[in-house]
Design a protein around this ligand. Structure first.
Ligand SMILES: [Zn+2]
Length: 639
């Protein structure tokens, strides 16, 4: 079964749909259907319970999805959260790095803009739609701006400025070059002589042009300037200057106050711009001052968000893998770099093995190497606490999500590939037969190191505070907490140690794409017949059938069981069709347990429970069903 067949199947069964297809879908937006929503809810609950219990003092918060411009000035998203795009002459647009990755089969994360431009210049990659040459790379910010309050629409303002004054701007911003009178005469004779000409006077400058404005003559202080593209001018002996005097003057209704007020509303609007968050992470960072006080300055502190994030992806693809609106589950862990509370945990786990692809092992051409935490530590000197968290994430995939061991790896990013603010960055990757290794999450140690030079680089108002952070000649601070402190000057970002010294905590981020994980789970567990999710992840927990749809007694008992169990579980009642077909329908969507009411039920009050994968059937007394399933679905047993 190929990827498209599987996707068709999931759409037909109600896991997800293209959003609003009745009006023609826009790519990058998907709706979860009833089954998909149940699966997503189970995934999120498992994630929530597992990660919330990593240590004492972890809390879920629900920050706003629309966020302040300053938040993204501090986080530098406005400046740096760009994708490189390329364009062909027919207007097809693509994300440059992904296109290179696909066509040349290399990782493009570490390529510079110049290196990418070279690839397009040399036409090693051309437009996949039409085969034409691609432009140089342009940067495109991925955030969705939002205009809040009773504001005049930005685009309406721009339209009005353009409609009323656009042609003036057009005249003013063009690049002119000076020409002599003989050249001018040549231009007039060859290009303007038989055309209707117009003129405008602006600030002691006179502009003369034809209706297409392809050639514009600017006269200033009796000197001539020309705007034209690709015209080679020769000298001309005959005088045609008279013609210019006959140009029809356009009297413009130039209302400077109106223009100013339009520009003012435009600037106001841009200043009050807010943004849909491009990651959930900023919520915990800006709420750190509130939560650290509420939780009585206890560290380590964990704050997590499960919620929507929005990115204006240039080329959304692979259904739930790259969407424009998506769900993240991100845990931010804050602690004092110099009093690392997790250092000792490593000792308990150092003999545990995980699949990793370290930068140094990449040339071995293996998908991963199985290594113990201790081996990784000896080879890389990566902080022990970080390796401990790698293992905790690994456990979540192996023990909870039941992802087969050979399908999961941690991919270490090199210094060129990772962001400058990540001291360590490993991607969590799952192997999908249809797509290959797929990023489903990442573990980021977001920390900056400064020496004393930084003191004089910050605003005078907070210089003393920054100086106080130094004990020796260097400090480590969390990237985001530092940036929010510098911009907001809110001193609650600075904490005090018992001995009186000051610090800003560092940040470890465990970041997961919920939709990517769900899509991966669907792909690796569906074999064309059965969706082999663990019983506690399956959307429908229990299906209930009467063996024969026209046997009144069987139907009655089955409905009684259904009505009882549906108060506690997500159950499905089905009485139509042959029993084999009903089992098959449930197998396909992953239902692990099917209860059937048959002849014997009517004699001894027992039903069969059929197990999805083994097809094994056992008989259980109706009165024991609730207890049986409570035990099966007890999440604490699973964890
Ligand atoms: Zn094209």
């Amino acid at each position: 079964m190929d990827l498209n067949d599987k996707i068709k199947f999931f759409i037909n069964r109600g896991f997800f749909y293209e959003s609003q297809s009745i009006y023609g879908s826009r790519s990058g937006f998907y709706d979860y259907g009833s089954l998909g929503t149940l699966l997503k809810r189970r995934f999120e609950n498992l994630w929530r319970i597992y990660f919330e219990k990593l240590f004492d003092n972890i809390y879920e918060i629900q920050p706003s999805e629309i966020m302040h411009k300053n938040t993204f000035i501090a986080s530098r998203h406005l400046e740096l959260f760009n994708d490189p795009i390329v364009e062909c002459k027919n207007g097809h647009r693509f994300r440059a790095d992904k296109l290179i990755e696909e066509k040349l089969n290399i990782r493009a994360e570490s390529l510079t803009i110049e290196e990418m431009n070279k690839i397009f210049d040399e036409e090693r990659v051309v437009c996949p739609e039409c085969g034409s040459k691609l432009s140089h790379v342009k940067l495109f910010n991925l955030m969705f701006p939002i205009y809040v309050g009773p504001v005049y629409d930005l685009f309406l303002i721009l339209e009005e400025i353009k409609r009323k004054y656009g042609f003036l701007v057009d005249l003013l911003i063009k690049k002119y070059r000076k020409i002599n009178e003989k050249e001018l005469n040549y231009i007039i004779k060859n290009y303007l002589k038989n055309k209707k000409l117009y003129s405008i006077n602006l600030n002691n400058e006179k502009y003369i042009f034809d209706e297409n404005k392809e050639i514009i003559i600017k006269i200033k202080d009796n000197e001539y300037y020309l705007y034209s593209e690709n015209i080679e001018i020769k000298e001309e002996d005959i005088n045609y200057l008279e013609i210019l005097n006959n140009a029809e003057e356009i009297k413009i209704d130039f209302n400077i106050n109106e223009l100013y007020s339009l520009i003012k509303s435009y600037i106001e609007l841009k200043n009050n711009e807010m943004f849909l968050r491009p990651e959930t992470a900023q919520g915990p960072y800006v709420n750190f001052p509130n939560e650290i006080i509420i939780n009585r300055y206890r560290l380590p502190l964990g704050l997590y968000v499960i919620g929507k994030a929005f990115r204006n992806e240039i080329s959304p693809r692979n259904v739930l893998l790259r969407m424009r609106e998506f769900t993240q589950a991100e845990l931010q862990i804050f602690f004092d770099y110099y009093n690392n509370p997790f250092e000792n945990e490593f000792e308990f786990y150092k003999d545990k093995y995980i699949n990793v692809l370290l930068v140094k092992d990449r040339d071995k051409k293996l998908p991963y190497v199985e290594k113990s935490l201790e081996e990784i530590y000896n080879e890389t000197k990566i902080d022990k606490f970080y390796l401990y968290f790698l293992y905790k994430v690994y456990e979540f995939y192996i023990n909870i999500l039941k992802v087969p061991k050979e399908r999961i790896r941690f991919y270490q990013l090199s210094d060129n590939e990772k962001s400058f603010y990540n001291m360590y960055h490993f991607d969590i990757e799952i192997y999908l037969d249809e797509i290959g290794w797929t990023e489903v999450g990442g573990i980021h140690f977001r920390v900056l190191k400064f020496n004393r030079d930084i003191i004089n680089k910050v605003d005078e108002e907070i210089r003393k505070d920054v100086e106080n952070l130094f004990i020796g000649d260097e400090i480590y601070v969390g990237y985001d907490l530092w940036n929010h402190f510098i911009l907001s000057k809110d001193r609650r970002f600075i904490l005090t140690r018992p001995n009186g010294s000051k610090f800003i905590p560092v940040e470890l981020e465990l970041s997961f794409g919920v939709d990517r994980n769900i899509f991966s789970l669907l792909l690796i567990n569906y074999d064309g017949k059965i969706l082999k999710l663990p019983d506690y992840l399956s959307p429908i927990q229990i299906a209930i059938f009467p063996l024969l749809e026209n046997n009144e007694n069987m139907v009655k008992v089955a409905k009684q069981i259904y009505n009882k169990l549906r108060k506690k579980f997500d159950v499905y009642y089905d009485e139509s069709g042959r029993i084999g077909i009903r089992y098959k329908r449930q197998d396909e969507i992953g239902t692990y347990y099917c209860i059937t009411v048959d002849d014997q039920t009517l004699k001894d009050n027992t039903v069969t429970i059929r197990f999805r994968d083994t097809k094994e059937q056992i008989r259980v007394n109706i009165n024991d069903l609730e207890k049986f399933f409570e035990e099966r679905f007890d999440i604490w047993k699973i964890l």
